[in-house]
Design a protein around this ligand. Sequence first.
Ligand code: PLP
Length: 399
Amino acid sequence: MAKKPVNSPDTARKAATRLVTAGRDPASQHGFVNPPVFHGSTILYPTADDLLTHRSRYSYGRKDTPNTEALAQALQALEGPACAGVALLPSGLAACSTALLSVLSAGDHVLVTDSVYRPTRQFCDDMLARLGVTTTYYDPLIGGRIAELMQPNTRAVFTEAPGSQSFEMQDIPAIAAAAHARNAVVLMDNTWATPLYFDALGHGVDLSIQAGTKYIGGHSDLMLGTVSANARTWKRLRDTMWTMGLCVGPDDMSNALRGLRTLGVRLARHQESGLAVARWFAARPEVLRVLHPALESDPGHAIWKRDFTGASGLFSIILKPVSEAALRAFLDALTLFGMGYSWGGFESLVIVFDCAEYRTATQWEPGGIGLRFHIGLEDVGDLLGDLENGLAALNGAKQ
Ligand SMILES: *Cc1c(COP(=O)(O)O)cnc(C)c1O
């Protein structure tokens, strides 16, 4: 008797269990636990009749493969019952651009949060403008008042919460209600929380985007984007991906699926250590403010608590103004925090940022220097010791 495949959609099971079971069927692959990696473009038809009637499970390497199916099914199981399909794209930015292209046409208007990931903004300003789509940036804290910015041709509202440098929380249900009242589609960049800590589709989002490069991959060794769609948006999304010829290499998909298996335990640790470091910073005299929605003092805390079920390991601080020499002394003294873009891997990272360089709808005047931290899986005591040394170097350079 055929055993029930472990990837059978069983949404009664908890997310932690679905992360382990979804998207694999050992019985169909000689008992091996993980799906094999299929390198391939051509798929052969065994007979002329199969060829002439297009009868085959798979047709071409750019479209569905056993590896796209495994990863997309696992992500779909994680999203839950509102998810009609998941598109896999070669980067998080490609996920943002493909999702936008799937809903917008020449003459349309899109509303985009001013806190949006900067390359997404560039896509709107350069590519969408060239294609005849106009963009209006809005205050991320606008909530239901977004209704006032809707134009007759507004087809989409793009959200991101929290902002990946500035950490404003958005009232997604209020924005979604206003957008849907005017028949606009709601997109969200949900990379920070992942589907594990924010059920975007369940809160009114129609297209939920992940930079899979970050927490899904989890090891800083792959590029991936994912877009989870509901029944309203799935077909256009899939057709846009296929029309544009976008696909992901099988090794990256296999590594992403491997990362997904441990997402639950990794995120729990990122959350715990991230909060410990955020609280430590909040008590330091060198720090003006900590931007972390899971802290009770954060202006976005009430929304975070209402809608989200957890926090990941990414947050920012505003350092009280110091000389550039003191800032450099701090950064160069750190030994456990890599200086580099991206995040979501096992290692801790830091960057300097300034949202004033690109914002257009809101002012960014934090009163000090913005530093964004990703808290990795190292021992948190070691991380705090490293930061303590860094601040000692900063204070030494101030004199
Ligand atoms: C990194 C990131 C992206 C883009 O992902 P890539 O895989 O680097 O293209 C999109 N949105 C957010 C919030 C990100 O942090």
